[in-house]
Design a protein around this ligand. Structure first.
Ligand code: FDA
Ligand code: NAD
Length: 427
């Protein structure tokens, strides 16, 4: 027994929401499209979970951040899906897929068939157990990937007054959650293995700025090490984190952000996999012509990088790959290969930065690090390939984005350093 659809989106996250909007705008008929999601709510803007959702005052709550408000587009509530005749199959995990037969089977045993499938399964948070540390299932240890995780994090945060938290990991989740915990008057210690925070993107100089800012807000950093175990009370609650050198950090709660793994497992052995994701072409089409992949789970050719295959873990690429896939499905002739400028951003406390391109080559810093208005260009083979800016305005962010998109020539590094954002404005 089962249902049949023309189009099925597997996964109900950011990419699914933006794909749904594109389907609707292209005139999908009622009953043709179905979205299957393990989550129990309609697609929402996941970035809100580590920002507005964690605020102590007037926190963001659904339905306010359903997609596609993150790009100032329409907010797609469950009512909208109903009006469009788009079937939302929520709280439903797909446990197997057969791309030859074009079927998906849910955990409850239902078979759902499709003519065209869009895989938008995103990623899952890595667990400490995968690094040999036991006990991260304790009731006051949190990961943060979905609404249920965020709801749990908030209730743990509110279960004690003041107190301490240990944040494991110095990446995006670690930095954004540490800031949120501080805003909730919780004293934070961050522990991570690298010599500085945001090691995948920041230079030591950029990281210095943010670490000093966090320290001024009371955050302690323990760098270059990892935890080895948890200490628990008789109820199983974590009371302290024990580091590799034996240091004991007492705590009321722990937040873990140690990276993700794309949810590819349903399709391994059936579709080509590269860079940990499902490999797609410039139309977001996988090695099976009826199957597309978008968002965190997709590895796609980035024209700007000589069509090198990349897998990006950011909301802008989820939104745009999703819309591009639907465009390729509906108007194959009119849709050219995806031409994407990688874009990452973060907002913590009153700070806000944007980054475009890739961080390879020489980093040239500019601006006023003391005043919190600074940035960096990455120059490779005499051209700008990446640009970072903290505290910029819309025109400035547009300028640095353009400089990267156009691979602006930058022969004179001293001039680039001196002109800073103005250099990009010359585009
Ligand atoms: P996403 O994870 O959004 O959705 C995947 C969906 O598939 C989920 O609903 C999941 O339940 C479902 N699913 C998976 N397997 C399934 C199965 N077998 N059956 C049924 N359903 C299944 N990026 C950025 O650029 N700026 C930012 O500020 C932030 N902030 C941020 C905060 C937090 C807390 C997180 C976790 C992530 C971010 N990101 C971000 C990253 C950004 O949110 C991410 O890149 C997108 O959500 C990716 O969108 P996808 O739709 O690919 O996956
Ligand atoms: P991340 O890749 O940004 O950072 C992982 C961090 O884990 C590393 O910086 C490192 O410090 C740490 N780490 C790695 N192995 C460890 C170990 N064994 N023990 C302790 N620490 C270890 O991943 P994340 O911060 O977990 O974020 C998860 C996902 O959410 C990413 O895809 C990220 O892009 C996304 N996200 C993005 C934003 C944003 O773009 N503003 C915000 C939040 C989340």
């Amino acid at each position: 027994m089962g249902r049949a659809f023309v189009y099925v989106i597997l996964g109900g996250g950011v990419a699914a929401g933006y794909a749904a909007l594109e389907f609707a705008q292209r005139g999908t008929a009622p009953g043709e499209l179905c979205i299957i999601s393990e989550e129990t709510v309609a697609p929402y803007e996941r970035p809100a979970l580590s920002k507005g959702f964690l605020l102590p005052e007037a926190p963001a709550r659904l339905p306010s951040f359903h997609t596609c408000v993150g790009s100032n587009a329409q907010r797609l509530t469950p009512k909208w899906y109903k009006e469009q005749g788009i079937e939302l199959v929520l709280g439903t995990r797909v446990k197997s897929a057969d791309v030859k037969r074009k079927t998906l089977t849910t955990a409850a045993g239902e078979t759902i068939s499709y003519k065209t499938l869009i895989i938008a399964t995103g990623a899952r948070a890595l667990k400490l157990e995968e690094f040999g540390v036991k006990g991260s299932d304790a009731e006051n240890v949190c990961y943060l990937r979905n609404l249920a995780d965020a709801t749990r994090l908030v209730s743990i945060m509110q279960s004690f007054n003041g107190g301490n938290a240990v944040v494991i990991g110095g990446g995006y989740i670690g930095m954004e959650c540490a800031a949120a915990l501080v805003t909730n008057r919780i004293k934070v210690t961050m522990v991570f293995p690298e010599p500085h925070c945001m090691a995948r993107l920041f230079t030591p100089k950029i990281a210095d700025f943010y670490e000093a800012y966090y320290e001024s807000r009371g955050v302690d950093f323990i760098k270059g090490t990892v935890l080895s175990s948890f200490e628990n009370d008789s109820d199983g609650k974590v009371t302290a984190v024990i580091l590799r050198d034996g240091t004991r950090v007492p705590t009321n709660m722990v937040v873990v952000g140690i990276g993700i793994r794309p949810n590819t497992s349903l399709f391994e052995g059936q579709l080509s996999i590269e860079k940990g994701g499902i490999k797609v072409n410039g139309r977001m089409q996988t090695s099976n012509a009826s199957v597309y992949a978008v968002g965190d789970v997709a590895s796609f050719p980035v024209k700007l990088f000589g069509s090198d295959i990349r897998r990006l873990e950011h909301v802008d690429s989820a939104r745009k790959t999703a819309r591009h896939a639907v465009s390729a499905i509906f108007a194959p002739e009119a849709t050219s290969d995806f031409d994407y400028l990688p874009f990452f951003y973060s907002r913590v406390f009153t700070l806000s930065w944007q980054f475009y391109g890739e961080n390879i080559g020489d980093a040239i810093h500019f601006g006023d690090f003391l005043a919190g208005r600074f940035g960096a260009y990455w120059i490779n083979k005499g051209r700008i390939v990446g640009a970072f800016l903290e505290g910029g305005n819309r025109e400035e962010y547009e300028a640095i984005a353009n400089a990267v998109k156009l691979k602006m020539m930058a022969k004179d590094e001293a001039e680039v350093e001196k002109l800073g954002v103005e250099f990009a404005s010359k585009v």
